[in-house]
Design a protein around this ligand. Structure first.
Ligand code: DLL
Length: 454
């Protein structure tokens, strides 16, 4: 799959790297390593997982027939539904006693998706998380405040073991109890915050509500991910917490956090740890592979996982591969920040839109706070979208009370309605709310409430 033939190896890296030998590996060597691992993983699942054996046989693929990376295109896709259909242990490629840990990704309905790790898988996961943290500028000796949820969610424990491997001190704060978290940030002096972007924002607002300035804490770096977020939201978080906020991506089915990470030097796209994960972008409808520079669905193949390796897993995430060299010197390809999940796409009166597109517009309007929700319902046969968004504390102070601002509120509502119509072609009902009306996120933010099918 000679996708990135022109990516040079920059010999003098400026960046601190956890595993610079691998992270700066010349692409020819990297692709040779990927091919060997692809052959091994196909062989492994062919012999150990009846489902994969059948899938591969149906497509005429045998382990011996994988001769080059492009042969991956002959392998059928794996979908979340395959994991569900084989719940809980049907896709395991090792015997149960080999499993050291299970996690689960919470499905919105029905049974969760179970994922499994051998001892070796856990070591690789810690390795890619250590690389990711180091790419963000985290160093041994740093204190990391980890607000990703601990438990079945992969965020908390995934980052935790990566942070320990890197040689940092972890504060396993998990989600919730935001005032207490602010106190811990103040008293324990963490330099790094790991959380969802929406929870980082929640902490920033909690700090303000407690009458504290961001100078009272020592945070410098945010390693934020697990949900889509816009550049506009990044800027707000960076400003409010006085940090550099970088994007981390991952999904439980493949390993958890640490599949890819933005580096602090480039801050533009996330390096995929390609020695462990083979990435493709495909047309979401036809499944045809798309060349770098085209947006489509990210498809990932585990190259080294033992317990539950997945071949060509359709992530449902919209992204793009960015093959240009990065200033940090890493040779591993970058992916553009995930714009949205395909199944988060709203089709409202024939207009397709993603919540992050609305977010980008709302966050540019000075009078609005970055707390919003999209409510979709049926109005007779037609879809109706309501955009609920809070105004800022400052604006309410200027008016006296929220109600005193009714004239300004009307003008502001009209302005936002027009912006949404002109920019997105969308007719939406805009509802402005007083500060603190919308429930704050403690993990992944709920941006969309779809009442159409209730
Ligand atoms: O969210 C793993 C994770 C934990 C990633 C902590 C980063 C940090 P799941 O719960 O299985 O795993 O959800 C995976 O979340 O398919 C994306 O839709 C979304 N997602 C994850 N990271 C990002 C990101 C974890 N940086 C699903 N930007 C994925 C946008 C993201 N969406």
């Amino acid at each position: 799959m000679d996708h990135f033939p022109n990516v040079p190896t920059l010999v003098q890296p400026k960046a601190f790297m956890w595993n610079s030998k691998l992270e700066r590996m010349p692409r020819t060597e990297l692709e040779a390593l990927q091919l060997t691992r692809l052959q091994q993983v196909v062989e492994h699942v062919f012999h150990k997982v009846p489902f994969f054996k059948q899938q591969l046989k149906n497509s005429g693929v045998t382990p011996e027939s994988i001769k080059c990376l492009a042969d991956i295109h002959r392998i059928p896709f794996t979908y979340k539904s395959n994991l569900r259909d084989h719940y809980p242990y049907g896709l395991l490629a090792v015997a149960l006693p080999e499993i050291r840990r299970l996690h689960a990704s919470s499905g919105t309905r029905g049974k969760p998706t179970i994922v499994a790790y051998t001892k070796n898988d856990l070591e690789i996961w810690a390795e890619v998380c250590a690389r990711s943290l180091a790419a963000a500028g985290v160093e041994p000796g740093d204190i990391i405040h980890n607000s990703y949820g601990y438990g079945l969610f992969t965020g908390g424990l995934g980052i935790h073991y990566g942070a320990e491997k890197l040689g940092t001190t972890v504060v396993p704060a998990s989600g919730g109890k935001s005032q207490q978290q602010v106190l811990l940030l103040q008293d324990l002096g963490a330099r790094v915050l790991c959380s969802t972007p929406s929870y980082a924002l929640n902490l920033a607002y909690t700090l303000e509500e407690m009458g504290l300035s961001c100078n009272s804490i020592k945070l410098e770096i945010g390693v934020l991910g697990a949900e889509p977020w816009s550049e506009a939201l990044r800027q707000q978080i960076e400003q409010k917490l006085n940090i550099t906020a970088l994007d981390i991506y991952g999904l439980s089915e493949i390993i958890g956090p640490g599949i890819s990470m933005e580096c602090k030097e480039g801050k533009n796209g996330l390096h995929i740890w390609e020695d462990h994960f083979l990435a493709e972008i495909v047309d979401p409808v036809s499944g045809e592979p798309l060349p770098p520079g085209n947006e489509g669905e990210l498809v990932l193949t585990n190259l080294s996982k033992e317990a539950l390796p997945l071949l060509r897993y359709r992530t449902g995430d919209l992204s793009m591969l960015l093959p240009d060299p990065c200033v940090c010197g890493r040779t591993m390809v970058r992916m553009q920040r995930v714009r949205a999940r395909l199944d988060d796409m709203l089709i409202v009166r024939g207009v397709n839109l993603y919540p992050s597109e609305v977010e980008s517009l709302l966050l540019e309007i000075e009078e609005l706070a970055p707390h919003y929700q999209l409510l979709i319902d049926k109005d007779k046969a037609l879809d109706k979208l309501e955009v609920q968004v809070e105004v800022t504390d400052n604006i309410v102070t200027r008016w006296g009370t929220f109600e005193d601002g009714h004239l300004e509120l009307r003008a502001l509502t009209n302005k936002i309605t027009t912006i949404l119509k002109e920019t997105l072609g969308l007719t939406a009902q805009v509802t402005l709310l007083p500060p603190k009306s919308i429930a704050r996120s403690e993990g992944k933010a709920v941006r969309v409430i779809d009442r159409r099918y209730n």
